[in-house]
Design a protein around this ligand. Structure first.
Ligand code: PMP
Length: 450
């Protein structure tokens, strides 16, 4: 276990701006490995929000008789035409099972599937594409790591360190791992603004800690955590880190050469790709140490009744027929992201988020939940004592889609004495009209209820 954290060299970059520039610089390489059969190349290098918006068919419709305002991208992002068309083409012209076929379609599908592994590795700044494991989503990725820790690391008395702002996907698998091994779940507190208590973190990190697992960006509050510092602190004690990237990849470049996590996960559906597909990246030595998570076809070298020899990574963790279309669609989503100036996209999103926060805070009776200085993507709020579900339903009648509920962070909300909040979340395809419609909707809601 020791020394794993030194496995990759580092390029020192300062903050996300530099990381994003890094991602842009790798674009030429990514384009070089792009599937030659891909449809018309898209080029949004000059970020034009309205051109981007035109790429997302679902946004151009009316719901409940009003033009749709989609402010629920943190739950799931919409899909650009290129991804939709790629899936359509795959099923119309290319579908076949992969890896074992000797015919043209199977070989082609295998080639396209494996090319996405390289594309995803490039997106994440990962040198070895074999360390990229295709899973169903962030949830399955974390479960795979928890299974590995349960069966090859954790002992009674060991500690798994998480934070109070984790999504249930990064809590429950660790509770189960702890139950099964006699390890203990230790939770780093978060303050009233939604910021992780760094001094408590340093105190809780110890020789007993066998893993630090935490989110890069809070799905409920939008807080961006100081990941670099936290990973460095854990590594200084030889503690491996799982970074939950479900809410960061959609908004920023997240690069392994900078952050050096041991594991990270993200979900394709939040990254403008298909549902049912996601990525786990883990350092080779860890993945080799873990037993298979699922077993059966395609993950073996040789099967005899006396025993089975497994494939090496990544095959060992991709048992059965995988989500081939999902992987190919995810590859197209990665191409789409790489086609745009992501720094400009982030700036645009931040402008919308800040306008929404400012506008909401200015409405009498509105309370923002979460006030960290570094944030991305989402704003949680309450209006007087109106139930969050009533806020969501009222806005929906106006064609505005937000999320209302516990956002799968029940322990965090319970700490704040809340059962639910309303959450508006933004992507680069949103615009200022969306913000204005949200603010007008909340003002009307207030007049209606209060
Ligand atoms: N972690 C975070 C921070 C999330 O926001 C989510 C999804 N809301 C998940 C994990 C789980 O993602 P999925 O449901 O796509 O597996």
């Amino acid at each position: 276990m020791r020394g794993l954290e030194a496995a990759h060299g580092r390029i020192l970059v300062f903050g996300y701006i530099a990381i994003d520039i890094e991602i842009c610089l790798t674009l030429r390489h990514i384009v070089a490995v792009k599937d030659t059969a891909t449809l018309e190349p898209i080029n949004h290098q000059k970020f034009d929000p309205e051109m981007i918006r035109a790429d997302f068919p679902v946004l151009h419709q009316s719901v409940r008789g009003k033009p749709l305002v989609y402010l629920d991208s943190a739950a799931s992002a919409q899909k650009p035409k290129s991804v939709i068309e790629r899936l359509d083409r795959y099923y119309r012209e290319e579908h076949s099972n992969i890896h074992r076929g000797v015919h043209f379609l199977s070989e082609q599908a295998t080639e396209h599937y494996e090319a996405v592994r390289q594309k995803v590795a490039n997106l994440m700044g990962v040198a070895d594409p074999d360390e990229i494991i295709f899973v169903k989503g962030a949830t399955e990725g974390i479960n795979l790591v928890a299974h590995g820790f349960t069966h090859s690391v954790l002992q009674p008395g060991d500690e798994i360190l998480i934070t109070e702002m984790e999504h249930h996907a990064n809590i429950v698998p660790w509770q189960i791992a702890a139950e099964q091994t006699g390890a203990r779940l230790v939770v780093i507190p978060v303050d009233a603004d939604g910021i992780i208590d760094q001094s408590a973190f340093r105190k809780l990190l110890s020789e007993k800690t066998k893993l630090l697992a935490f989110t890069h960006v809070s799905n409920a509050l939008g807080t961006i955590n100081p990941v670099r510092e936290m990973i460095d602190a854990a590594h200084a004690l030889n503690v491996p880190v799982l970074l939950d990237g479900a809410q960061s990849y959609p908004h920023m470049g997240v690069d392994h050469r900078d952050l050096d996590w041991d594991f990270t996960v993200f979900s394709g559906h939040k990254l403008f790709g298909p549902t049912g597909i996601g990525v786990l990246h883990g350092k080779r030595a860890w993945l080799e140490r873990f037993p298979p998570y699922q077993s059966g076809g395609d993950m073996i070298e040789k099967v005899r009744f006396e025993g089975t020899v497994y494939k090496g990574i990544p095959g060992k963790f991709e048992a059965g027929t995988p989500h081939i279309a999902g992987v190919i669609g995810l590859g197209e989503a990665v191409d789409y992201l790489n086609s745009m100036d992501r720094l400009a996209a982030r700036k645009h999103e931040d402008g919308l988020l800040e306008a929404a926060r400012k506008g909401l805070a200015a409405i009498d009776g509105v309370r923002l939940v979460g006030n960290a200085p570094d944030r991305a993507g989402a704003v949680s709020f309450l209006v007087g004592d109106i139930h969050a579900h009533d806020i969501g339903t009222f806005l929906d009648a106006d064609g505005i889609a937000i999320r209302a509920g516990h956002h799968c962070v029940q322990p965090l909300l319970a700490k704040y004495g809340l059962a639910a909040t309303a959450r508006a979340s933004f992507s680069f395809y949103n615009n200022m009209d969306d913000v204005e419609r949200l603010l007008a909707g909340v003002s009307r809601l207030k007049q209606f209820f209060l």
